[in-house]
Design a binder for this molecule. Structure first.
Ligand SMILES: Cc1ncc(COP(=O)(O)O)c(C=O)c1O
Length: 318
């Protein structure tokens, strides 16, 4: 098992809340906030990486577009448009002076009602919180993590739209992750209600066989990961074939390599899936992990537009 995931998170002194940068301790939420009771909120997870040019935020606008789309699904009205939210993230990150960060935008229904049609009554609050975050699965994750097939199924998109990153959807992931960690694993893979592979609790999945990649899409009840989309491009840049189709459990067992992608997980290979152990040498996962880490720090010339150098943005607009 990789060690001490998330233990090293430091919390930033300032957050952005409802339009202003405020000391973290001054940000308060009513205990009757609808989002707290029903999970009626949407969120994003974004990373900023330390670079010689200051913190580089990875695919900020793409995250904010997904944030807005998730909010639209639930009728959560965010009073700031995508560009304004990007500017808020940048301005606050510069203010808190973290060189790297995990950035957590969250929009949720506030106080006023317990009615389940809150969109017609409740105010919306919007938060952007910041923490430091190292390797999501702890030291040694690049060598591979221990994964179990979850007894919990991924929810069907006929019940909840998997492409919306909504707070309440994560009850499913909490059950699966707690079961996995309780049994000594680092992560879980959930099948969907048809028995195909869906995803990890916070990651998409790629399979490598004979030098070619396969991953699934929204028809398998996944979140369309921004890391997944990036890795598909990075793989194709390098001449690798990437097929997007359903993934079966047999393919996971038959694969040469399997890896997760996600903002927190980055590109993390599996060491084992329950009793099935993958080869220790993982050339394609290792290559794509390196390619991804180059891209997030702005050193891949083909994808310079994926990163926002926060300090340069604020000086440009000063
Ligand atoms: C359920 C789920 N799937 C996939 C992902 C990967 O998405 P991304 O690469 O945009 O972080 C995440 C993380 O946000 C997630 O929570």
């Amino acid at each position: 098992m990789a060690s001490a995931p998330l233990e090293h998170m430091a919390i930033a002194p300032y957050y952005w809340f409802d339009g202003t940068i405020a000391p973290r301790k001054a940000v308060t939420v009513d205990p009757l906030a609808h989002g707290l009771h029903y999970g009626s909120g949407v969120f994003e997870g974004i990373r900023a990486y330390a670079t010689p040019r200051g913190p580089a935020i990875f695919r900020l606008r793409d995250h904010m577009v997904r944030f807005q789309r998730s909010a639209d699904v639930y009728g959560i009205k965010i009073a700031w448009d995508v560009d304004e939210m990007c500017a808020a993230v940048v301005e606050t990150l510069v203010r808190i002076e973290l060189e790297s960060a995990y950035i957590r935008p969250l929009a949720f229904f506030g106080e006023k009602t317990f009615s389940l049609s809150a969109r017609f009554v409740s105010p919306t609050h919007v938060l952007v919180a910041y923490r430091a975050m190292g390797d999501y699965f702890g030291a040694g994750q690049e060598a591979g993590i221990a994964v179990t097939l979850s007894p919990w199924r991924k929810f069907s998109s006929k019940a909840l739209p998997s492409t919306a990153k909504a707070a309440g959807h994560y009850a499913n992931s909490v059950l699966a992750m707690q079961d996995a960690v309780g049994r000594g694993f680092d992560e879980a893979i959930m099948l969907n209600d048809r028995g195909d592979v869906a995803e990890g609790t916070g990651e998409n999945i790629f399979v490598v066989k004979d030098g070619a990649l396969r991953t699934n899409d929204r028809s398998s009840d996944i979140l369309h990961g921004i890391t997944r989309a990036s890795v598909i491009e990075l793989a194709r840049d390098r001449g690798l074939s990437v097929e997007v189709d359903h993934l079966s459990l047999d393919e996971l067992h038959d694969a040469d390599e399997v890896f997760f992608t996600g903002t927190a997980a980055e590109v993390t290979p599996l060491r084992c899936l329950d009793a099935h152990v993958y080869p220790a040498v993982k050339p394609i996962s290792t290559m794509l992990r390196a390619a991804y880490l180059a891209a997030v720090s702005g050193t891949d010339p083909r994808h310079g537009d994926w990163v926002t150098f926060a300090r340069e943005q604020t000086t440009a607009h000063a």
